[in-house]
Design a protein around this ligand. Structure first.
Ligand SMILES: *Cc1c(COP(=O)(O)O)cnc(C)c1O
Length: 373
């Protein structure tokens, strides 16, 4: 094992998925496990399916291709409205997609007919995040067009919250979504299969003890992967927040002066870099940088301070005297740091407790420790 890596603990992931799935099941809500932050890594998708997720969802076709190539056959829904240029591939790789544009839905329908299949369309409705979605007043019109279009089936409606605006859904918005679902069913004179109430940001609402109304699905990535509620950043009770760890290597340990002697540099820039450095600690350079992750989303280990970061060098201060060149330092990540590190070409993903690789016994031993959580 060499170079920077993300260690993914599949036992912890399965546990997180199972807890989220069970809690939502009690509310009549299924879980679509979202794999975009892990770039469609098949073993991680598999762990979430083993935890009870009903199906998978991803925003990018490249990730879906990777999942299919690895032999994953469960239904996969494309989360981001398909690019017009990719509709052919969407209908061959995905059972369903979230849609907002009738031009795209028409192209999906034509592609499905050419392929001899029928594609499931879930209409995304705008409920306040002001990212993607059909305005509620336009929904009946779009519903009718989809209903009248061979090659596609209207499988449901959905909404997304807290992505662009950062505002989580409230009970009134969720009730409004339920009303839209019922109105759409009346219009179509049949029940809708999927009424998807949002992403991890909708989880607190779903678990707050209120009635879920007509909502029967959530699309969950972050809450399962990182064990936190996205808007507050708070740990979700009973979940692991350390299923993923970023591990990187120390490449220099020489102590440098605490602030640079060069006074030509912009003082604001210097303040940003150097005020957080510990006065007494040693300075280390770790082989990690802006090109690998969102460094502002890394949690510094206890006793560490962030001095500064450039494309390829992470400078930290530390009180740990034992570190030397070649030592490994581990970081926990927020969502932004995590998804960028997962996508970084120089960071390898190491699967811990991968049953497929014959490490089942590790997993079992670990499973016993879960009792203490
Ligand atoms: C990314 C995304 C999700 C999953 O979001 P998490 O916060 O990771 O749960 C769900 N729905 C849509 C449309 C998305 O783009």
């Amino acid at each position: 094992m060499s170079g920077p890596r993300i260690e993914a603990d599949l036992v912890k992931l399965r546990h997180n998925a199972r807890i989220v799935v069970e809690r939502l099941k009690a509310q009549g809500i299924s879980v679509s496990a979202v794999t975009k932050a892990v770039c469609g890594e098949p073993a991680i998708a598999q762990a979430m399916l083993e935890g009870g997720a009903a199906n998978l969802a991803d925003a990018r076709l490249r990730n879906v291709r990777k999942l299919r190539k690895a032999g994953i056959t469960c239904p996969i829904t494309l989360l981001r409205t398909p690019m017009l240029s990719q509709t052919n591939e969407v209908v061959t790789l995905c059972e369903a997609s979230y849609n907002t544009e009738i031009a795209v839905i028409s192209a999906l329908a034509a592609a499905a007919i050419r392929c001899g299949t029928v594609h499931n369309v879930i209409l995304m409705v705008e409920m306040g995040d002001l990212r993607e979605g059909i305005m509620p007043k336009n929904l009946p019109n779009v519903v009718q067009q989809v209903e009248d279009m061979p090659g596609v089936i209207l499988a449901g409606i959905g909404a997304n919250f807290a992505c662009l605006s950062g505002i989580p859904p409230d009970a009134a918005k969720m009730r409004a979504l339920s009303r839209l679902a019922s109105a759409t069913e009346r219009q179509c004179a049949r029940p809708l299969q999927t009424i998807s109430g949002g992403n991890s940001a909708t989880l607190p609402w779903a678990l707050s003890g209120t009635s879920a109304g007509r909502i029967n699905n959530l699309r969950i990535g972050e809450a399962i992967l990182l064990g936190v509620a996205p808007v507050s950043g708070d740990r979700i009770n009973g979940l692991f927040t350390d299923a993923f760890t970023l591990v990187a290597e120390v490449i220099e340990t020489d102590t440098k002066p605490a602030s640079p002697v060069n006074n030509m540099t912009d003082p604001a820039w210097l303040r940003d870099r150097f005020t957080r450095a510990s006065e007494n600690g040693r300075r280390l350079i770790i082989a990690l940088g802006h090109q690998d992750t969102d460094v502002s989303g890394l949690a510094m280990p206890a006793g560490y301070g962030l001095v500064g970061v450039t494309s390829d060098h992470l400078v930290v201060s530390t009180t740990d005297a034992s570190l030397e060149v070649g030592s490994k330092v581990s970081f926990q990540m927020n969502y932004s740091a995590f998804m960028r590190a997962m996508a970084a070409p120089d960071i390898e993903t190491i699967l811990l407790h991968d049953i497929r690789a014959g490490h089942a016994r590790d997993g079992e031993a670990f499973g016993k420790q879960l009792v203490h959580v």
